[in-house]
Design a binder for this molecule. Sequence first.
Ligand code: 13P
Length: 254
Amino acid sequence: MEDKKIIIANWKMKLGLAETVDLAKKMKEKFKGFSGSEIAVCPNFISLLEVGKILKDSGVGLGAQDVFWEQDGAYTGEISPRHLTEAGCKYVIVGHSERRRYLMVNYEMIHKEIKAVMQVEDLTPVVCIGENWEERKTDRRDYVLYDQLQQALSGIDIVGNQKIILAYEPIWAIGSGTAIEPSEAEYAHKIIKLTLNNMFGMKIVNNNFKIIYGGSITSENVKGFVDLENLDGMLVGGASLDAEEFYKVVKAVL
Ligand code: 13P
């Protein structure tokens, strides 16, 4: 995959429509003429069309926060990969730990979602993995990451230039205000890379995968992460809710 870093904003369920539109306009202004990295924002479902219109022809891409595993059918309340592309999405977050925690989403479902997303041209899954505090404390992180990758990605066919973004988000760092130590992130990214190499071969991993970090990234602490090996970008929550702060995070990564 090309060397460009990617920085994705996850706005979660933090903003209503009017607030989302306002922030999208500010982002468009802030990133005018911007190049050097890939940037995307993931608003809630009801804001996708409006935000898509605002960001059209800007340097900021559009992503969704979740997706269902069928393209259409009797699945009340769900949104399919095909529908997301109609709304202009280029990215979709799959298996965020908040959905695993509050909605009992598991890796069997995540696997099906990734498969469905990969069937749709030009839609890239941002697959979330990461251990919780208990697992970290008891030294089970490596196994947890290995197991989550196996469950999510075993048997997934990657053809041509299809991309997968792997987001390492240690659950205990999300929304905590404190990111993990960069050296710890580097270690986890290495485990992820080695596991992927094992599953898909180095050539595909180098061409088609990116591994990004998420969990309490700010414009202050991001500097410790930028030069880490196997770190291709960031998934940013809280710090992406302010256009200036998000801009600073992006600038630091370049
Ligand atoms: P915070 O940056 O707010 O910790 O959120 C991270 C996250 O969950 C991104 O998906």
